[in-house]
Design a protein around this ligand. Structure first.
Ligand code: SF4
Length: 573
């Protein structure tokens, strides 16, 4: 029935999908390039034709710009300075310049301070930011520059013309009930037609995934590898951890086979931001990244730091960590990929805001040239890749191109490789070449081959208690992510074959979705019928981190966009 719906068509020149730092910077830069060009041509300072009014739109699935934006974050300001040299005077919301930098190795009981901070983790000259606030501010700048921003408009489908040319994007329908039927408030999605569509959906974008499959954008590339970052904001009772203080940790609670590390960043008003990253190429089927984060907080160093404090916010998000070798082709007919969905993150420095902003700006420059040429073909848009190659992004990513591959052989070889790369500018002479070799979910071992006996799936975290003060259940944490979804809508987690969940997956892996999801979305419940348990999907808890789409061992989970406006609200995160 929904296929027969009549949809409004809206013609724009350029549509950016996702209001993250890459797309907002791209939209802002493009609006300025067009305005400057028109003014220069109008005043006779530049030859050629004025471009006239160029309609630029940014669509965003969240209820507001920044609502779904989550990051550490320590920002290298290099790209923001290029976008807006006077960003401080213009009121960019910066928590604090980085004033102190520490690197700790955590054993079970001790925190051993490294006498030197490893150079990639030195943050002098950078800023601690709330990326939610920074993007919200960038959104205001875009609107001042004439960019149209549409919150609550998820990109649901790519629109294709002849020969697979991308001609725009269809936004999601509103007001569909859980049976898939229209409700009284039904509003069909709109077909936004554009000369160029820019995907800036963040890691594992749902449109990017389908587009890449259809146009083979990953051909000849390594599979992307991801990590999951889980984070809480805490309000401390005193100034024991000052604004501007940055600590990174390695070691506990990760075992030496698992990629993981923590951070503690001091923000304003006695708030600290703590988090833990787990590589989504772990082998232990009973590992639970949220439980790892709880254990991280139980370390004596963290527990003492957090004593008397109060957890106020929670969030989780994946990070595309594969680097240069895992980047897809970033252009095709009518479309460009920017930011995390194109894999621009520097995983060694744990930083991607600066490369995201820069990639958005370079996309804007390529689009500007395409507008002048009136040509939106892949041949013309390849200019974006040329600009990326010629920019500072490439030398930076080239130096860390083999970083993640080293950790595939465990923590110690990974660290040795990281050191080697630093000295050699990224070379590793075949020892740790390439990004990963296999998608992360293929590293997951079956219960029996990992050495687990019996069917007790809680055995890895038997001693872990949630006291509601230092450690929290997933449900308590989700409450602090302010997640909202209308429950009367179809689940946006599509599990292609739920039979596998009750049979093969239960036996082979003990249903790892219950553990890798940091929001308690997946639950195996008693069925009563044949004694098997069945999968229940509590989709309204979903914080849109995309871990399930990435980590499911059978690759039968598809994350698609829910109704616009649904999801977390990462205010201040
Ligand atoms: Fe993340 Fe998937 Fe869980 Fe949603 S359902 S919170 S996307 S793992």
């Amino acid at each position: 029935m929904r296929e027969k719906i009549e949809r409004e068509t809206l013609e724009m020149d350029v549509v950016f999908v996702g209001a993250g730092p890459a797309n907002l910077s791209g939209a802002l830069h493009l609006a300025r390039l067009v305005r400057e060009h028109n003014e220069a041509v109008g005043s006779g300072k530049r030859e050629g034709k004025a471009l006239g009014e160029i309609e630029i739109g940014v669509i965003e699935k969240g209820a507001s710009v920044g609502a779904h934006i989550l990051s550490g974050a320590v920002m290298d300001p290099r790209a923001l300075r290029e976008l807006m040299p006077d960003f401080e005077e213009q009121g960019a919301p910066l928590e604090s310049p980085v004033k102190e930098d520490y690197f700790l190795y955590l054993t079970r009981q001790r925190a051993i301070r490294s006498p030197i901070t490893p150079p990639p983790l030195k943050n002098h000259g950078y800023y601690i930011v709330s990326l939610n606030r920074l993007t919200s501010w960038l959104g205001e700048k875009c609107e001042e520059a004439g960019v149209n921003i549409f919150p609550e408009f998820p990109g649901a489908e790519m629109l294709y013309g002849e020969d697979d040319r991308v001609v725009g994007v269809r936004t999601g329908d509103k007001g569909i009930d859980k049976e898939g039927e229209p409700k009284e408030n039904f509003e069909p999605g709109v077909d936004l037609l554009a000369k160029v569509t820019v995907l800036g959906e963040g890691p594992r974008g749902s449109l990017t995934k389908k587009l890449s499959e259809r146009l083979n954008l990953n051909e000849g590339r390594e599979p992307q590898v991801y990590s999951l970052g889980i984070k809480e904001l805490w309000e401390l009772p005193d100034d024991r951890y000052p604004a501007g203080c940055v600590t990174h940790t390695l070691g506990y609670p990760s075992d030496a086979k698992t990629y993981g590390g923590g951070w503690i960043y001091g923000m304003q008003n006695r708030i600290i931001n703590i988090g833990y990253v787990t590589g989504l190429d772990y082998r232990d089927p009973l590992l639970d990244p949220h439980a790892e984060f709880q254990r991280f907080k139980q370390h004596p160093f963290l527990a003492k730091l957090l004593e008397g404090g109060k957890m106020i916010r929670y969030g989780a998000k994946t990070i595309a960590a594969g680097g240069l070798y895992a980047m897809p082709q970033i252009y095709a007919d009518g479309v460009l990929l920017v930011g995390d969905c194109a894999g621009f993150l520097n995983s060694q420095r744990l930083k991607g805001i600066h490369t995201a902003i820069k990639s958005g700006m370079l996309a804007a420059e390529a689009i500007f040239e395409a507008l002048l040429a009136g040509d939106y073909s892949a041949k013309q848009l390849k200019r974006y890749e040329e600009l990326v190659q010629a920019s500072w992004i490439m030398p930076e990513l080239r130096k860390v191109r083999n970083f993640h591959a080293g950790f595939r052989r465990g923590r110690w070889l990974g660290m040795a490789n990281a050191g080697l790369q630093f000295i050699t500018g990224g070379r590793s002479w075949g020892l740790f070449d390439r990004a990963s070799g296999e998608p992360g979910h293929e590293a997951l071992e079956k219960l029996s081959s990992y050495g687990y006996k019996g069917d007790d799936i809680s055995q890895r975290y038997n001693g872990l208690r949630f006291d509601g003060k230092l450690t929290f259940t997933k449900l308590t944490d989700v409450y602090h992510a302010a997640v909202k979804h209308d429950e009367d809508q179809p689940a946006h987690l599509h599990v292609l074959d739920t039979n596998i969940c009750s049979t093969r997956c239960a036996e082979e892996y003990g249903n790892p979705c219950q553990r890798f999801c940091p929001a308690a979305v997946y639950e195996m419940v008693e069925d009563g019928a044949d004694g098997r348990r069945r999968l229940q999907i509590n989709f309204s808890n979903c914080v849109h981190c995309k871990t399930c789409d990435i980590m499911d061992p059978y690759q039968i989970i598809n994350w698609v966009t829910p109704e616009g406006g649904g999801g977390p609200d990462y205010k201040g995160m």
